[in-house]
Design a protein around this ligand. Sequence first.
Ligand code: NAD
Length: 411
Amino acid sequence: MNDPYTNAVSQLHEAAKIINLDESIIKILSHPNRVIKFYIPVKMDNGSIEIFEAYRSQHSNACGPYKGGIRFHPDVTESEVKALSMWMTWKCAVLELPLGGAKGGIVVDSTKLSENELERLSRGYVQKIHKYLGPDMDIPAPDVYTNPKIMAWMLDEYEQLNGGSYAHGMITGKPIEFGGSKGRSIATAKGGFFVFEEAIKMLNLSKKNITVAIQGFGNAGATFADILYKEGFKIIAVSDSKGTVFDDNGLDIPNLNQHKLSTGSVKHYGKNISDVDIIELDADVLILAALENAVRKENADNVKAKLIVELANGPITPEADAILEDKKIVILPDILTNAGGVTVSYLEQVQNSANYYWSEEEVINKLHDFMKNAFLKVHDASTQHKVSFRKASYVLALNKVVKTMKFRGWI
Ligand code: NAD
């Protein structure tokens, strides 16, 4: 069962059982409010026209405007975008942000596009669906293979389509000089670290003895590695889509970062391993920072870590989740642990609407409060209901979303 939306709905059902949620409410929440599928024609540099398939899924706006990133990846599907939009609803609710859930994507290998083609594609996305976007309607952000530069093009396109009216809160993850927030680029990793820090305290793990393996070395994974390295943790393995590197004395992360910058991958840095999947490596902590379905029923039984940190969205299938729970492996779930990105996106929007900007320290302090409070609430709910952190996070999220739906008279 590796279909992301089937997985997302199955997680919803599991959590709904704990709080005896009414069938009709589950029915509503099992469907996004709106899914837009569209095609973007782009004039390529050689004069030909290419058509790109694109999506925006708006799952719920019960608690606030839809919020969620846009992914550029050849494997984007409607099911994936719908699942990611549902997870955004829960994530914003767990963090008690006044936002709903959405996600977008374009089926594209953006590494094959020139800079100009990428700009035309990014602007084309906004041209097609700008009526459904806006600071009070739906606020995109970066995700896999999208970045601040793409956000800037999208914002400019949106403002031009709206007669030049200033609407910086329409998108987050912007360059700092163009209305972005300080701290946004490290927010997901930093937020994940704040949760991880609380969790290891609670589990009585000493950082001196912990070994860490990290799957995915992009924005989330590489920044997390950097933070752990500076904090004195021993990272024994790191992987990206091209390969896995290993050092049982601990990898030098700044050097590895340099290597990745100059070669485009972690591959060929020091000792490479190909015979053991990083998921199955003997490390105390496994950080999942790549894509969905990294741990499935086929490999879950071979996981040796005691603690798993989900920086990626949906990296463990529900079947694998059950296996890991039986093995008493503690999982810090995505809808809590990687919520630092959307939390600072929210803080970015707050700064945009006030047109007043905070220092990085102020932003990170606020992020720390949000993440720590959310973790403590999840921890309490997990103790109260005697369930995993994932189920406890869902319970909190569902309680908030359902309460708001009731106030609105939707149910
Ligand atoms: P990214 O594109 O910067 O990095 C993705 C990394 O994963 C790359 O290093 C890539 O090589 C690697 N990868 C892909 N397939 C792999 C595989 N099979 N094995 C090992 N590595 C693989 O993306 P990102 O922004 O770091 O996002 C990673 C995950 O974190 C995604 O699930 C994303 O939705 C989630 N996330 C990111 C943010 C954010 O602010 N960046 C926020 C919340 C959640």
